[in-house]
Design a protein around this ligand. Structure first.
Ligand SMILES: *Cc1c(COP(=O)(O)O)cnc(C)c1O
Length: 376
């Protein structure tokens, strides 16, 4: 089965014995009755441990990423917390790409360093930087394309180097989505998603997911998913599964709209620079072509004019954090999504008040271009 056929049909057969419903029901029950005290009768005991609707979504997201196992959480950060708490211990070291979702950096710095886990940020766009790390490390963490600078990282090369050191590779695939990029195919050990973004796709459900192939890692993560307890609710599992079914269709439009907008912005006199991996002049374009089917719906650009008044003039691009919904959103990472990074770090990375990030929606492209033209 190809992608959309797979995510529509996998783990969702009509319930012929009972109602015949073609859509998996939302199982709200928190507990499941049994006929034998030794064994749960239908395989389920308690919803934190396992729930039929969540299991349906977990099976679909695994299928979407070409992976064996899926696990769903109450947010992307809950999924991240479960990885770190489950697979690392006091003294472990994480090497992370320097350009990361702000909340991920905050989780490392403000929460996990308290428990004796160290982490170092380096530029993974050049794999030689990883190769030159002398000591041992247990985990490599990256996003590609990255947030907010749309840097592209060679997953295959990074995985090769990390595996020589016996380290695990975690790829946050939130920006690319499984419709455009499958990191497990390139050697990553764990794929992470904030399903809040493109997978649910309609800005109305918070969630996270992990996909992986290794049996031992899965046992550990599954144990901690239940032990920590930050699981995706049945209703959000249903919404996320519903979103996944139209993911590929939406990503095609997000990608073509973002490509048109990038080309338009790049030639505009008020724009200094556009960051979009689909542009041939983007430094990561060649690797993006190898790893991704299309280049996705996220782009950033540097504006030469007065940022605040430009944002006020826009009609269709709402000024808001988050991304990946059907509606276009725009934001200034310096003030908004990345404000938790120390000022010097933001400036060093090029995240200042002239950098604008866009989550290009699936509205009509002519309307979006007119809105930008008028407002620039
Ligand atoms: C939003 C986001 C997260 C965090 O996910 P939540 O669902 O908000 O907890 C992690 N990584 C990336 C790339 C994100 O965009």
């Amino acid at each position: 089965m190809r992608f959309t056929t797979r995510v529509i049909h996998y783990a969702e057969e009509p319930d012929y014995g009972r109602s015949g419903d073609v859509i998996h029901p939302i199982h709200l029950s928190t507990t499941f009755a049994r006929t034998d005290p030794e064994e749960p009768t239908g395989g389920f005991e308690y919803t934190r441990t396992s729930n039929p609707t969540r299991l349906m979504f977990e099976s679909k997201i695994a299928a979407a990423e070409n992976g064996k196992y899926g696990l769903a959480f109450s947010s992307g950060l809950a999924a991240e917390t479960t990885i770190l708490a489950s697979l690392l211990e006091k003294g472990s070291k994480v090497i992370a790409h320097e350009d990361l979702y702000g909340g991920t950096s905050r989780l490392f710095e403000k929460v996990f360093t308290k428990f004796g886990i160290t982490y170092e940020k380096i530029n993974l766009k050049d794999p030689r930087n990883l190769e030159s790390i002398k000591g041992l490390y247990q985990m490599v963490w990256l996003e590609t394309p990255s947030n907010p600078l749309l840097g592209v990282i060679d997953i295959k090369e990074i995985s090769r180097i990390a595996h020589e050191k016996g380290a695990l590779v975690v790829v946050d695939n939130t920006f690319a989505t499984p419709a455009l990029q499958n990191p497990l195919n390139f050697g990553a050990d764990i794929v992470l998603h904030s399903t809040t973004k493109y997978i649910n796709g309609h800005s109305d459900s918070l969630g996270g997911a992990l996909v992986l192939n290794d049996d031992t890692l899965f046992e550990k993560l599954k144990f901690h998913q239940n032990a920590i307890g930050s699981v995706l609710s049945p209703f959000d599992s249903y919404l996320s599964a519903r979103g996944l079914k139209t993911l590929e269709l939406r990503m095609n439009v997000h990608s073509s709209n973002a490509m048109e907008i990038s080309k338009f912005l790049k030639d505009h006199e008020k724009v200094e620079k556009v960051y979009y991996p689909g542009l041939e002049e983007h430094e990561g374009h060649r690797i993006a072509r190898m790893q991704m089917k299309e280049f996705g719906g996220m782009l950033s650009f540097r504006y030469k004019g007065e940022t605040k008044s430009f944002l006020k003039r826009l009609k269709y691009f709402y000024l808001a954090e988050s991304l990946g919904g059907i509606e276009s959103l725009i934001e200034v990472p310096y003030y908004m999504t990345h404000s938790s990074l120390p000022m010097e770090e933001r400036i060093k990375l090029g995240i200042d008040d002239k950098l604008i990030r866009v989550s290009v929606g699936i509205e009509n492209i002519e309307d979006l271009l007119e809105d930008l033209q008028n407002s620039l």
